[in-house]
Design a protein around this ligand. Sequence first.
Ligand code: BG6
Length: 487
Amino acid sequence: MSLPKNFLWGGTTAANQAEGSVLEDNRGLSNIDMLPLGADRKAVGLGELKMLAWDDEHYYPAQKAIDMYQRYLDDIQLFAEMGFKVYRMSLSWTRIFPNGDDAEPNEAGLLFYEKIFKELRKHQIEPLVTIAHFDVPLALIKKYGAWRDRQMIKAYVNYAQTVLTRFKGLVKYWLTINEINILLHQPFVGGGLVFEAGENQEEIKYQAAHHQLVASALVTKKAHEIDPENLVGCMLAGGNNYPYTCRPEDYQEAINRDREGYFFIDVQARGKYPNYALKRFERLGLKIEMDPEDSKILASAPVDFVSFSYYSSRTVSAHEEDYEQNTGNIYGTIKNPHLTNTEWGWQIDPLGLRNSLNQLYDRYQKPLFIVENGLGAVDTPNAEGFVEDDYRIDYLRQHIQAFTDAVTIDGIELIGYTTWGCIDLIAASTGQMSKRYGFIYVDCDNQGNGSFARSRKKSFYWYRQVIETNGENLATIEMAAPSSVKS
Ligand code: BG6
């Protein structure tokens, strides 16, 4: 039993974590450019520390990222060498509309992405494009307070319509908003939200969520009108919640936590607000302003497929005291004694991926796409400059086996698999370069020092073999450092 022949194997990056050159060719600044390295990053991401301009005390990793803006041709060449069928990437909104809502798009920005898509097509690599990956124009944060304001719908739809029209025929797979549920956990990252003291954060977050959901539906509809070949997906930060014990109240807590994420996908895939969410708004007294037309808009354009990221499962309890053993993830999660941890405290759970696929498929009955998965680890090149990342191969092998089982044994419809950070890039949560996910090593440290040269890791050759055999051969490869690892 094998994966379908047209299975889309590949990798993922995001504009703000890879491109750098943030002021080049008229690009405007965005929320994510303002996230500093170091202790303040968390508070800025939460929207609790306002940082809407650079200062001299901080280093801002997005400024350089991995210099992909200048090196994309070489990077695509390496993806092609691995045999990628698909490359997931995001567009930088402010390369195209520097202020988010300018009267005319910036031609230099459009041209940059057009060249990328043409290059990908030259290598028979299908682009999978996220329209907004943790990306809110700074000018719109200052003007409207970002997604808390309904004006954002118009700006986002105009931006999306521009790229859907310009890249018609070059791009077929689109994602509207990356990890849409992250808005609840990192409101500045997910929605450009900054809170004033005393504000009802919960109400503002769900108001912003409503605007994003309406905008996403409008764009899904537009995408189908512009080109009926387009396929549009939603994108969930996935991973299910386990109850810490079999106490019924712990199980209930796990259901409720799962619903925090499902809420978004329920709307995007089924076209209406789930009752549990409306009841919760009522119970908490959250007043979410909705236009009378909104329910029609949501119902008119459910997504074609459901995509999600998967790094780990989470463990929750109804009892405060159980959280003493918190792990390092951005979600509050209890250490699961049956799992091991990554160096950053994320719990490794391949079977959790198979279970997530089953749950999502049972719930939505739509094709699924795993668009992020991977191991963030410290890589140390040996004397020859070669990274022997057997730990990464091991992690990926187990996860690939798990989704293969979900397809071949459970009958899940799965379009493809793109690993996160197929080339080392800036970590979203910490801003570190040392948290590496790639098959390709980038010579650069946390402060942006280095040659930025690329070199192939051991996992590069392993993943090439996986793709070549359509996932049949997951065995590790025995190899000495190749004579030339540099690109
Ligand atoms: C997802 C994001 O949350 O996880 C990516 O979509 C992010 O942007 C990835 O980089 C891994 O998280 P981190 O913090 O290790 O980079």
